[in-house]
Design a binder for this molecule. Structure first.
Ligand code: SF4
Length: 369
């Protein structure tokens, strides 16, 4: 396992790992990554093209922007149209199409929509603008949810009464289980690096026990991913699935207990909607009643219903199938024509971590050995 930065670029280690993968892989195996950073790194480094034909790689619902619903964007747009409101958001989200418009178009129309790099930036805006209502769009998985929780706890401590979070935070294991429940054939998960840094590798034990699927937590460098693929292929060949941790330099079995504590203090599990997967029980993070003064849903009567309008996509957009690994992005008829990173038709082309964007930017490129 990689321990030192110098090893990332060790040509011999990379060549040896690739040879080992080719040597041990005999049975067909399907592996899925559920992390936008992994999707990008795999394609940027041309790893799929280097693997033997026995190994099939699928991209799953690992990009937070991609799985966020149109309804969430519509709610953010509605919030931005309210008097004296500032909507703060991570940059990628402003380009995701809502039902009729996007936050980017709303900004161009003069709404006060600001790009921030963290919930702490949003908190600062609230503190400096006491006459404005500042709403932070909380998206992301276990990686970003703790910082949203900390922002709420700080706002409470500092008695800020103009700071709110519109939460679309989600947790990863229920979605990984739902994919298998929905019939997607997966032999092994390349488990997300950042999510596991917070939540710990033990989080995947129930998946292994209940679904018989291999789980290996991976880092982001090409050699990390190759080692992870090797470990999953070995599990598959030996018929012994388990949780393993390739990313030992960042991930522990228990995770970051302090961050988990903050997250659990503010959020509770709730049903949530994922693009491509629909409503998954207990897969979302809802702000607890105790902190509802900071919950944009309850303070501004925004629409939380998870009805059919959640699933409306532009006709022809196949994001839902891409996110389930049913098709690869070039199989969507919009890919590279009606839909490009400059003018995305679907959420998977917006974020650089989206599967369609990664395919578009990097297909044809290969790891130079
Ligand atoms: S190419 Fe565009 S429209 Fe097609 S699935 Fe990807 S993001 Fe959606």
């Amino acid at each position: 396992m990689i321990k030192y930065i110098s090893e990332y670029r060790d040509k011999k280690l990379i060549e040896d790992t690739l040879s080992e993968i080719r040597r041990i892989s005999h049975k067909p195996v399907t592996l899925m990554e559920v992390c936008g950073g992994h999707t990008m790194s795999l394609h940027k480094n041309g790893i799929p093209a280097l693997l033997p034909g026995t190994i099939k790689l699928l991209s799953g619902p690992g990009c937070p922007v991609c799985v966020t619903s149109r309804r969430f964007i519509d709610n953010a747009v509605a919030a931005g149209r309210m008097k004296d409101t500032v909507v703060t958001t991570f940059g990628d989200l402003i380009r995701v199409p809502g039902s009729e418009t996007s936050l980017e178009k709303e900004k161009a129309d003069g709404r006060d929509i600001r790009i921030v790099y963290s919930s702490a930036d949003a908190l600062k805006i609230a503190s400096e603008n006491p006459n404005k209502k500042v709403i932070f769009l909380g998206i992301g998985f276990e990686t970003t949810a703790p910082s949203s929780a900390v922002a709420i706890l700080r706002a409470q401590r500092e008695t800020l009464n103009n700071f709110y979070i519109l939460s679309a935070h989600k947790v990863m294991p229920p979605a990984m289980a739902a994919l298998i429940d929905k019939g997607v054939k997966i032999d092994g998960y390349i488990c997300p690096g950042h999510v596991s840094t917070i939540a710990g590798s033990n989080m995947y034990l129930p998946l292994v026990e209940n679904y018989g699927v291999g789980c290996v937590v991976s880092g982001f460098e090409p050699l990390d991913l190759l080692q992870t693929i090797y470990m999953l292929v070995r599990q598959h060949e030996e018929g012994s699935v388990k949780v393993e941790n390739q990313y030992i330099r960042a991930v522990t079995p228990e995770g970051n207990l302090k961050a988990i504590e903050q997250m659990d203090k503010v959020f509770e599990p709730d049903n949530d909607w994922w693009r491509g997967l629909g409503v998954i029980p207990e897969s979302g993070l809802k702000i607890k009643d105790e902190y509802k003064a900071f919950d944009a849903y309850s303070q501004f009567q925004l629409d939380e219903e998870m009805d059919a309008s959640f699933i409306e996509e532009e006709e022809g957009c196949r994001c839902a199938d891409v996110l389930k690994g049913i098709i690869s992005p070039p199989e969507c008829s919009f890919f590279g024509t009606r839909c490009t990173p400059e003018d995305p038709a679907g959420a998977c082309m917006v974020s650089s971590e989206g599967a369609c964007a990664a395919w578009f930017r990097y297909s044809g490129k290969g790891l130079v050995l």
